[in-house]
Design a protein around this ligand. Structure first.
Ligand code: AMP
Length: 490
């Protein structure tokens, strides 16, 4: 999971400040690295490992001028913690193309092994980042155009070639020097991407970003989400062209609503905050069916707060903040290996004893992946004197790896895989455990979208929309992740 923003302003404008503002708003999508490429007379870049606020300093801004820029924050799903893998990427010759993405290429290994040795002059890719595969296929096709000047149809053909060759789920934004800004969404629309606009006296500014919150804070009006398989091309005359390059069913990732996206974002027309309220309401119904009684609902901050408030309200019991989060420690999950993750949970969450002592506590999290968080939380709740410790997850049990760029790519990661709910409960040391049902989850999100749309929920049900996720693909991705988390590289 990563985040991006790309902006094209009127001739003579500088958009770097807005790009950085936007990147700060999607820092939650990746804290491992950040980068910007701007395009004035030529490409200028600044990239580095770490948070946006650490990578960029005022002195960099002078150099990063120009009316077009693309920025990225990264959490590595393929590739590791190396400078060479930090996005955006670009090529200078014969046409300058910059690119950033969110998602994951599922046939990256295959392309690296079989395709690029034949296609690239050096015979191999320079990084371990799958974006490079998208960039080279895109650029390779664009270079084959007949006319000197790049036409909208040339960009369309380049995207069509990407869709033919590069499998997986990826939303992409980028710039072509002297020609315009492009943005496209993967054929199944798994990854979010939204267009925004701002009219000024100087002309129109266009922005394309991973989440609508970026547009809000950067002062843009949300225009619409891109369709699955759609390309947007904005040329230097600031004309917007749209092509439906591929026509497949739209299957947006449901986990964006559960966990990834900020609650104040609207994804594909649904306010994330509202979906979390509905998820809490649905889970309250399941809790009632257990016949158990709790004295208090306590969220695992931050993501579970909204659902926990609703759950408490529906159940008619108090909602309490039982854990205080140290906001200066990074997201537990966003730490590249398991050892760091385990030890940091305690640093991150400190309990308030009075909310546990003598009480039957119902602790709600958005999801349980490896179970490290829940196990420690149950232990802490007991240490604080809870009479009963009930755990609840407002998403269903995670059981299948995600090859589309969510960092859940190895099967053995899932505590729920091959275990019944009772067995997981026992592993966690809780007195009872409930998960949201898959149907209830879909119902909750659809109540907000107001339609009958289908989602990608492969991590819960193993149904991979792209149809090309074989055991081999999963094994390749798994090997890559294991190597990366062990400090090595695949
Ligand atoms: P775990 O300790 O492995 O069970 O992780 C569960 C915690 O990680 C939950 O509190 C979630 O908020 C968070 N989480 C779940 N899925 C992801 C993900 N794919 N990426 C980052 N964080 C996640």
């Amino acid at each position: 999971m990563c985040g991006f923003i790309s902006i094209m302003g009127p001739e003579g404008s500088d958009v770097i400040q807005e790009v950085l503002t936007g990147l700060l708003a999607i820092q939650h999508r990746g804290q491992d690295a950040a980068g910007v490429v701007t395009c004035g007379d030529r490409f200028q870049a600044k990239k580095g490992l770490g948070l946006v606020r650490d990578v960029f300093e005022p002195r960099h801004l002078e150099r990063l001028r120009g009316p077009m820029a693309v920025g990225h924050v990264r959490y590595p799903t393929v590739g590791g913690n190396e400078d060479a893998d930090v996005q955006p990427f670009w090529v200078d010759f014969p046409v300058g193309i910059a690119m950033a993405h969110n998602g994951n290429v599922t046939n990256f290994h295959e392309l690296r092994r079989d395709y690029f040795p034949r296609q690239t002059p050096q015979g191999r890719l320079a990084s371990n980042c799958d974006l490079e595969a998208v960039l080279y296929v895109f650029a390779g096709q664009l270079f084959q155009r007949k006319a000197e000047r790049i036409k909208p149809e040339d960009v369309r053909d380049a995207v069509a070639e990407v869709f033919r060759t590069v499998k997986g789920a990826y939303s992409v934004v980028g710039l072509i020097a002297g020609a315009g800004m492009y943005a496209f969404r993967d054929p199944y629309g798994i990854k979010p991407i939204i267009l925004g606009k701002r009219e000024t006296d100087r002309g129109t500014f266009y922005a394309v970003a991973s989440e609508s919150v970026v547009l809000d804070v950067a002062g843009y009006e949300a225009v619409r989400d891109l369709n699955a398989g759609e390309l947007l091309w904005i040329d230097t005359d600031r004309r917007l062209h749209s092509f439906q390059v591929s026509v497949r069913p739209h299957r947006p990732c449901i986990f964006e609503y559960i966990y990834f996206a900020r609650p104040d974002s609207v994804l594909d027309g649904a306010l994330v905050y509202q979906t979390r309220i509905r998820l809490g309401a649905e889970l309250a119904k399941s809790w009632r069916r257990t016949g158990l009684e709790a004295d208090v609902v306590i969220p695992v901050p931050e993501s579970a707060r909204t659902a926990a408030q609703e759950m408490a309200e529906v159940l008619g019991i108090p909602y309490r903040e039982g854990f205080v989060k140290n906001r200066y420690v990074g997201r537990t999950f966003i730490m590249p290996n398991d050892t760091e993750r385990r030890s940091s949970i305690r640093h991150k969450l400190n309990p308030i004893r009075m909310e546990f002592e003598g009480k039957r506590v119902l602790i709600l999290d958005d999801s349980i992946v490896r179970g490290n968080t829940s196990r420690q939380i149950v232990r802490i709740a007991r240490q604080m004197g809870a009479a009963k410790v009930y755990m609840a997850s407002y998403s269903p049990a995670l059981t299948h790896p995600c090859p589309y760029g969510i960092d859940m790519s190895t099967k053995n990661e899932f505590i729920a895989r091959g275990r019944t709910v009772d067995e997981v409960c026992k592993e966690l040391g809780a007195d009872h455990l409930i998960y949201q049902g898959i149907d209830a989850m879909v119902r909750a999100v659809r109540e907000v979208t107001g339609d009958h749309r289908e989602f990608c929920m492969a991590c819960f049900d193993g149904d991979y929309p792209t149809g090309d996720v074989t055991e081999r693909v999963l094994a390749d991705i798994e090997a890559d992740r294991l190597a990366a988390s062990g400090g090595g590289k695949a």
